[in-house]
Design a protein around this ligand. Structure first.
Ligand SMILES: [Zn+2]
Length: 99
């Protein structure tokens, strides 16, 4: 069974988001602008800080990945809020050069 986590790979995000949205989304995630509100296998909802704050939602249904964002710019492509939301669910990589 496919879960949303399996779906939200870097490749998927790069395919679905315009390059600028990907870059801006990665920056927003890195700066901790994302607050996850709900998360389960098939559904992800988060607030992304900004002016104004936006609410992004990703859902995995029978017909594939669906998304929406209150910014209104997520028709057809992912906006940077959605990219940030997806990236915020990735495990944080811990540098292994701590010695
Ligand atoms: Zn948005």
């Amino acid at each position: 069974m496919t879960s949303l986590d399996d779906y939200l790979t870097e490749k998927t995000l790069l395919d679905l988001a315009p390059p600028k949205a990907y870059v801006d989304g990665a920056a927003a995630a890195e700066h901790g602008s994302v607050r996850i509100l709900e998360r389960d296998e098939k559904h992800l909802r988060a607030e992304v800080a900004g002016s104004p704050m936006q609410t992004s939602e990703l859902r995995l249904g029978a017909d594939g990945l669906r998304w929406s964002c209150t910014c209104g710019e997520a028709a057809g492509r992912l906006c940077h809020h959605l990219v940030a939301t997806a990236l915020a669910t990735w495990p944080t990589e811990v540098p292994d050069d701590a010695e």
